[in-house]
Design a protein around this ligand. Structure first.
Ligand SMILES: Nc1ncnc2c1ncn2[C@@H]1O[C@H](COP(=O)(O)OP(=O)(O)OP(=O)(O)O)[C@@H](O)[C@H]1O
Ligand SMILES: [Mg+2]
Length: 264
């Protein structure tokens, strides 16, 4: 039997002793974790704890002050410029708000990465764009402009674009921010569907308990005062069993809010 190389068995993402800072200000230190292939992995924690900062360090938008990030066994920092560009193509990012070009139709928005990175003909591109829009439930909306869509539909369109190049990993920054609970729920289901049908590894930054409990396989919890990781694991198990009050309080805050409301 052929032996598996490290790249075949390595986790999707492996982070070791990562330090994130802005100038002299350390936001996170000694962050280590691994994201398994095909996992829905949440980065959670209160406002300002460094979730978005971690994401920016992972995807190379902001260089880590120390530590290593490996994608499928390969170090991002050690890769040459050309290889780094290739690696960047293997992940999609869904920015807050969808970050679509407002002057382009949905079809044109989704086609953009295909034009830039693939040698596909216009006809092949059209076919692929239609497929991507179908994957996110937006068939028939290709000619619409972002301003003609609801917030939830814009997120879906952003996801179609993030999926355009068939990425191995998709990063989501606060996907449900600004969405009503029902729309947020359907976006959760879409993330689950993408993972189940395409095998995409999903890294989601969020503090929405409903999403965490609905779709996260595992979570990494950051803390602002600790400037680092205070928990890692299955959210249900952490909410029930964590010895750390901060972790249990965060994961059970809905229950506290509800019981407080019941009293007042
Ligand atoms: N560009 C920047 N320059 C300097 N400091 C920054 C910058 N961006 C964020 N920070 C600081 O880093 C810390 C972490 O911010 P970050 O945006 O990563 O938090 P977050 O967990 O994503 O919060 P939220 O849930 O509110 O989005 C905060 O103290 C913030 O003020
Ligand atoms: Mg943030």
């Amino acid at each position: 039997m052929p032996s598996l190389s490290a790249a075949d068995t390595a986790p999707a993402i492996e982070v070791a002793a990562l330090e994130c800072r802005y100038g002299d200000t350390v936001v996170l230190r000694d962050v280590s974790f691994a994201v398994r292939r095909g996992e829905i992995f949440f980065v959670i924690g209160g406002s300002g704890c460094g979730k978005s900062t971690l994401l920016r360090n992972l995807i190379g938008l902001h260089p880590p002050a120390a530590g290593t990030v490996r994608f499928f066994g390969e170090s991002f920092a050690d890769a040459g410029e050309a290889r780094r560009r290739e690696l960047l193509r293997s992940f999609g990012v869904l920015y807050q708000g969808g970050a679509l070009w407002s002057s382009l139709t949905l079809r044109e928005n989704v086609a953009l990465p295909l034009e830039e990175y693939t040698p596909l003909t216009a006809a092949e591109r059209d076919e692929l764009v239609a497929l991507k829009l179908a994957q996110v439930g937006l068939t028939g909306y290709g000619d619409h402009y972002p301003s003609e869509l609801s917030g939830g539909m814009r997120k879906r369109a952003g996801l179609a674009r993030a999926l355009a190049l068939d990425p191995a990993v998709v990063f989501f920054d606060e996907p449900s921010a600004g969405l009503d609970p029902l729309t947020s729920r359907s976006l959760d289901e879409l993330i689950l569907h993408v993972r189940d049908t395409l095998g995409t590894t999903c890294v989601v930054v969020s503090h929405e308990l409903a999403s965490i409990f609905a779709i996260a396989d595992r979570v990494l919890m950051l803390d602002k005062a600790a400037k680092g990781v205070i928990a890692e694991g299955n959210p249900q198990a952490l909410a029930r069993d964590s010895a750390d009050m901060r972790v249990r309080a965060f994961l059970t805050r809905g229950e506290t809010e509800i019981s407080t409301k019941a009293v007042t």
